[in-house]
Design a protein around this ligand. Structure first.
Ligand code: PLP
Length: 390
């Protein structure tokens, strides 16, 4: 093999995703884009707020805007702006030294995991979970250990407790969740914090909580409780991919609770890992987001689509809980085999992702980061596919 043995499996799973995209392109070419209903991608299509363009133009026309190398963790004034904003939200006395600007939430995950984990240590994650975690664990040489969730996809604290061993270094959570849209409650997060504290004592090793929050602003009436409030040994990761619709610009950050055990050392290590797979977050977009703390896309657009999609799918007979956040729906597959059902949907020119890919077999994921006409146009096909198996 000309490529590393360990890469073979990773390339196979990447090619499965690529095949899905290719299939979408093939269907669009054959039937016309208006007759294909592609719910497979979590790529925000709501335009960035107008102030993003205005800020970009100002920066481009300003001679003080810089484009060179910078301290690897990011521009000090941008880290300060993020720390100030997070202090308004979480009030934990965050300083800029504990904030690192990254290439999206993915960059923040890579930096944090590689800073924290020894080879072979475990990252616990509640299933179903975002597929990218497999790759980030791979790069960190760590084991991703999925733990089952409750029937409503909230955290199963007893299962998490039972899964923790002396090999556990990190608990990774994601709320609002991809793929389920669930937002964890304050109570369950408090339960998690207590459990992690006890387990850290029991095994004589600090277990860190990593909270992956790129969808924090995309909630429809729900509150996203502060994870910093429930467990100090927490690192929050986020990005502007969804809240400002800037996914392709690769800009995000990680923020370490000031009371986290060895917080300064972790920040130092993450500042170094931030130079290893890529070198620092993009300069121009650091300067953009530094000026736009607290701004977000119009979430009413997503809410309207969510309501429309839920209504159409309920009417067709599908079962699911109305998601409170992010832009995904995770309905139960009407037959046990979600891969087979996704193929049936494809026959109706509807593209969805099997839950099996997220460690959630028996379900499928729909992204409603799509225009309303795609949602409306899909209802017939959803009904036909459902009726075929019922
Ligand atoms: N975490 C979750 C749960 C995601 O859904 C995504 C992207 O879809 C990411 C992280 C990566 O986000 P970013 O584009 O900011 O790197």
């Amino acid at each position: 093999m000309p490529i590393a043995d360990k890469m073979v499996k990773m390339v196979e799973s990447a090619s499965m995703i690529r095949k899905m995209f290719e299939e979408g392109a093939r269907l669009r070419e054959k039937y016309g884009a208006d007759n294909v209903f592609d719910f497979s991608l979590g790529n925000p299509d709501v335009p960035p707020p107008a102030v993003v363009k205005k800020t970009l133009l100002e920066l481009i026309n300003n001679d003080d805007t810089t484009h060179g190398y910078m301290p690897n963790p990011g521009y000090p004034q941008v880290r300060q702006a993020v720390a100030d904003y997070l202090n308004k939200e979480f009030n934990v006395g965050l300083t800029r030294d504990l904030v690192i600007m990254t290439a999206g939430a993915a960059g923040a995950l890579n930096d944090t995991l590689r800073a924290l984990l020894n080879p072979g240590e475990d990252i616990l994650v509640s299933a179903p979970y975002f597929v990218g975690y497999n790759q980030y664990a791979f790069v960190a040489n760590a084991n991703l250990k999925p733990v089952s969730s409750l029937a409503d996809f909230h955290l199963d604290l007893a299962a998490i407790q039972a899964a923790i061993t002396k090999n556990t270094r990190v608990m990774l959570i994601n709320s609002p969740n991809n793929p389920t849209g669930v937002v964890y409650t304050k109570e369950e997060l408090e339960g998690l914090g207590n459990l992690l504290e006890e387990a850290s004592k029991k095994f004589g090793k600090r277990i860190y909580l990593i909270s992956d929050e790129p969808y924090r602003k995309l909630v429809y009436g729900a509150q996203v409780p502060s994870v910093f409030d429930v467990y100090p040994h927490t690192i929050i990761l986020s990005s502007y991919s969804k809240e400002l619709s800037l996914a392709g610009e690769r800009i995000g950050y990680l923020a370490i609770h000031p009371k986290a055990e060895d917080a300064a050392m972790i920040a130092g290590a993450a500042g170094v890992t931030n130079t290893m797979m890529y070198v620092n977050a993009p300069a121009l977009f650091q300067q953009v987001v530094g000026r736009l703390q607290g701004v977000s896309v119009d979430i009413d657009i997503y809410k309207k689509r969510r309501d429309m999609l839920c209504e159409g799918l309920f009417a067709a007979g599908y079962q699911f809980d109305v998601p409170q956040g992010a832009f995904y729906l995770f309905p139960k597959s009407p037959i046990e085999d979600d891969l087979e059902f996704v193929n049936l949907l494809k026959q109706e020119n509807i593209l969805a992702v099997p839950g099996t890919g997220f460690g959630g077999p028996g379900f499928f994921r729909l992204s409603y980061a799509v225009p309303e006409k795609t949602i409306k146009g899909s209802f017939d096909g959803f009904k036909k596919a459902f009726d075929r198996v019922k």
